[in-house]
Ligand binder design. Structure first.
Ligand SMILES: *[C@@H]1O[C@H](CO)[C@@H](O)[C@H](O)[C@H]1NC(C)=O
Ligand SMILES: *[C@@H]1O[C@H](CO)[C@@H](O)[C@H](O)[C@H]1NC(C)=O
Ligand SMILES: *[C@@H]1O[C@H](CO)[C@@H](O)[C@H](O)[C@H]1NC(C)=O
Ligand SMILES: *[C@@H]1O[C@H](CO)[C@@H](O)[C@H](O)[C@H]1NC(C)=O
Ligand SMILES: *[C@@H]1O[C@H](CO)[C@@H](O)[C@H](O)[C@H]1NC(C)=O
Length: 226
């Protein structure tokens, strides 16, 4: 049976729709080959909020202000297929130790990040690697909310100026392979006490741990840790 005359425009519209759909699918595949994957807006905002909490005297996170794509920011590594932020390499780059404390202290402090750790970090759901080592967080405690960064495989808070009790919540980071909580060496005369643990029971939660550094952490309260 032939098509009713009043149906014809509908049929034409339908074929046009199918044609447009096919071509747009085709174009988006083509684009995927050429476009570099950009960072997620929500993750960009999370990183910006995190930066707001930091003090950055040498402005080493300058690119975080001027560049749109957070995958191109200093220290940020994204998954190149999904655009999710995977790694944050924010260790103090300037650790040149001249055996001259005045000079060492000056350059070290100048490029150290300070301030606070904004919980906006928790919006980086795919974060596997977080390195804040050798910064100068001035004796604040390690924030216990870090336990919610469930994808973390490497956490490096070595000599970053954290102090006080190490939160047992770290034991929830069950994917961790590398954990470095090396505390500051007080021979350098820092004016806050070192990190300490109430117990080490929480380490039992870290069943994939391959490397653990608790140098200079006060373990006096955890007598049965072996
Ligand atoms: C994407 O990442 C993988 C694994 O990290 C790497 O081997 C590959 O070379 C990267 N591709 C591009 C285009 O950067
Ligand atoms: C690192 O320290 C050296 C001196 O030891 C200095 O010349 C250099 O500018 C510093 N770099 C940064 C990025 O602060
Ligand atoms: C942690 O950071 C310190 C200082 O930057 C570095 O020497 C150490 O190798 C790092 N540890 C891991 C497990 O990445
Ligand atoms: C962390 O572990 C405790 C038990 O040690 C558990 O009660 C809590 O629900 C866990 N929190 C998360 C966010 O997994
Ligand atoms: C370690 O902690 C204990 C008990 O809290 C304290 O008495 C001791 O002075 C601390 N040791 C160091 C080296 O800070």
């Amino acid at each position: 049976m032939t098509m009713n005359r009043s149906m014809q425009p509908v049929a034409i519209l339908f074929f046009l729709f199918v044609f447009l759909t096919i071509t747009s699918v085709h174009f988006s595949f083509c684009n995927a080959n050429h476009d570099v994957v950009m960072c997620m807006e929500s993750e960009r905002q999370a990183l910006s909020a995190f930066k707001q909490g930091l003090v950055d005297p040498s402005n080493r996170l300058y690119s975080w202000e001027v560049e749109d794509d957070c995958c191109k920011w200093e220290g940020v590594v994204c998954n190149n297929l999904t655009g999710h932020v995977l790694e944050l390499h924010l260790q103090n780059p300037n650790t040149s130790f001249d055996f001259d404390y005045e000079l060492y202290g000056y350059w070290f402090k100048r490029s150290a990040l300070r301030g606070e750790i904004n919980p906006s970090l928790l919006n980086l759901k795919h974060l596997k690697y977080l390195d804040l080592s050798l910064n100068d967080f001035g004796g604040i405690p390690i924030p216990s909310f870090i336990e919610s960064l469930a994808s973390l495989r490497c956490l490096n808070l070595s000599e970053a100026g954290f102090a006080g009790s190490i939160p047992h919540q770290l034991g929830n980071l069950s994917s961790l392979r590398f954990l470095s909580l090396k505390s500051l060496n007080f021979d350098f005369g820092f004016d806050f006490s070192s990190m300490y643990v109430e117990n080490l029971q929480w380490l039992l939660g870290l069943s994939h741990l391959e490397h653990l550094d608790l140098s200079y952490v006060n373990l006096t309260k955890a007598p049965n840790w072996l």
